[in-house]
Design a protein around this ligand. Sequence first.
Ligand code: NCD
Length: 311
Amino acid sequence: MSLVGKHLIDPGDFTLTEFDSVFQLAEKIIENKEDFSEICKGKILASLFYEPSTRTRLSFESAMLRMGGKVLGFSDANVSSTSKGESIADTIRVISSYADIAVIRHPKEGAPKLASKYSSIPIINGGDGGHQHPTQTLTDLLTIRTFKGSLQGISVAFCGDLKFGRTVHSLIKTLSRYPYNRFILISPRELRLPEHIKYSLDNQKTIEIIETEDLESVIDNIDIFYMTRIQKERFFNEADYVRLKDSYILNKEKLKCAKKDMLIMHPLPRVNEISYEVDEDDRAVYFKQAEFGVYVRMALMALLLGVYKNA
Ligand code: NCD
């Protein structure tokens, strides 16, 4: 099995064994970061962000720099030739000769996939519209694996904007590939998980899917609580956003009924949906989760570039 030269556009592009190889390498990196500080010497990451980002962009860039490589790119499409009307196909054809690997974030669903068709270097989807966010999924799975020890037989609640939240779409689809998981979907009616995602879940492996608008009625029986922000930028009108934005706010009071070992996760950025008082709770792992994002991206790039030989 080799990941060398592959693209990662959708989590379904990788087998569960390939996921495991990424996690195992990420764990090795966490144990001994020094050993990996030179493995990407001479390699260049193109960081192409057509949509705002803090964590994803900086964690990719940090990951490449921590492995001794270099980074070029842009964090605002207005400063690239896209603003002159250049297609993503032409951009990526050219960038293929400037870099060895590229991460693309784009507001249009499918843009990274299109780019991968014209690219001679590995393309990683850094989030495409409301569609998928595979490297956040790798980050989330590494977090769950580290704190829970397993990716199966767990009750995972997704709360907030399940309609537009691409991190939810990628994570639930991937977790449904592991056996005996239960999913609890907590959202306002208008922001429910899209039907096509629900149908794409592996029903053979999944034990149960519960949909509710009522957070309090289900909080006592959850292993992983995955909170998400209402995705303001994907709304067609401001009034709907304003009406829905504070639908759920997790605070100490609500957590009183939760399991003592429930993990509280969030892909970040947080707006209002988790009170700051929750940050002190031992169950809150969202900042640790963001840190894992760097190690998992180091592992992923090392494997796609083929610079790590013992995988
Ligand atoms: C997420 C994203 O961009 O989809 N952020 C991230 O990558 N960590 C979540 C969000 O923006 O709400």
